[in-house]
Design a protein around this ligand. Structure first.
Ligand code: OGA
Ligand code: MN
Length: 316
């Protein structure tokens, strides 16, 4: 049956009946099989993929080969790809690896541990090889991206750099009653000064007190526009002074954030992705956070990344 479909021409690939959604078995995440993202994806399959994204929060595909335009087209199934907020902090229009200059499409950003000469390093001014703390992408802008997509080009052969995701619908659902009451109607300022590896963004001044923390306010509970469900929305938190809850003393805000973070980052809400070359992974920043373990800085790790346009945060 499959081979008959293949010989029938390009419109026989990526048919809805070929799509398989394989849940990770953890609190979120599913592998998609039967979809080659370098080929056209019919509307009926797109619909099923969007449904799978709503159901599982994180989707991944193995063994994809995606030129930049195909990668952007794949992201386009789930919304409108846009320039990632951190790209303005990156200077190069491309990157060097293995003595070769690779241009980078203007709608893509680079997640790598390479320095300007193309060598793996610990600190490259971006995420480098650092451990990346739990966060939701670009929560430090007024309209954060709905989703983010990573495509792995080079992966260290000796492990490290695993990416974890956690389910913030479940975290909210399970929140102790007193915490639910404590955060009701409250918002926090989301710290734009440092990236999720703790590196100060170029041209930004390190804050010395909460009033100096730059960034927008977002509600602690948000409603997902597609599912209508509430999720805890913590965003990120760097060393003090960083995110803080508006309208509380700093001590009360810190104590409440400590409890919320301890609750939200429990392992029972999480799932770990171990990368292979050619993986594509899509996550939802509105209801999931992610974390990356440290990368072996003697080995290159290179990914292309895009983000999907979001909508104003809906308070829960
Ligand atoms: C990101 C990110 C994690 C990783 O691209 O937003 O957090 O695994 N990356 O590199
Ligand atoms: Mn991130």
């Amino acid at each position: 049956m499959k081979s008959a479909q293949r010989t029938a021409g390009s419109n026989a690939v990526n048919q809805p009946e070929q799509l398989q959604v394989i849940p990770s078995g953890a609190a979120l995440g599913a592998e998609i099989r039967g979809v080659d993202l370098s080929q056209p994806v019919p509307d009926a399959t797109r619909e099923l993929l969007r449904k799978a994204w709503s159901d599982h929060l994180v989707l991944f595909w193995r063994k994809q080969t995606l030129p930049d335009e195909a990668f952007l087209a794949a992201a386009g199934i789930f919304g409108t790809p846009k320039e990632p907020a951190a790209r303005k902090y990156q200077v190069a229009g491309g990157y060097r690896i293995g003595g070769r200059m690779v241009p980078l499409h203007p709608h893509l950003s680079l997640i790598s541990n390479l320095d300007e000469d193309g060598n793996p390093v610990k600190d490259n001014g971006g995420l480098g090889s650092y451990e990346v703390v739990w966060h939701s992408d670009n929560s430090y802008v007024a309209v954060p991206p709905a989703g983010s997509m990573l495509y792995s080009i080079v992966i260290p052969t000796n492990g490290g750099g695993d990416t974890w995701f956690n389910n913030q619908y479940k975290a909210y659902e399970d929140l102790p009653a007193d915490l639910k009451v404590a955060i009701k109607g409250r918002s926090q300022i989301h710290d734009a000064s440092r990236n999720s590896a703790g590196v100060l963004r170029p041209t930004v001044k390190m804050p010395t007190k909460p009033e100096e923390v730059p960034g927008p306010a977002h509600p602690l509970v948000r409603i997902h526009p597609a599912t209508g469900k509430p999720a805890l929305y913590l965003g990120r938190r760097r060393d003090w002074p960083s995110n803080y809850i508006i309208g509380m003393s700093n001590a009360d805000s810190e104590a409440l954030l400590d409890r919320l973070w301890a609750h939200a980052t429990q392992e029972k809400y999480a799932w770990k992705h171990v990368w292979q070359v050619g993986d594509v992974i899509l996550w939802d920043n509105r209801c999931a956070m992610h974390y990356r373990s440290e990368v072996d800085s003697s080995q290159p790790r290179v990914m292309h990344r895009t983000v999907i346009n979001g909508e104003a945060v809906i308070p829960g």
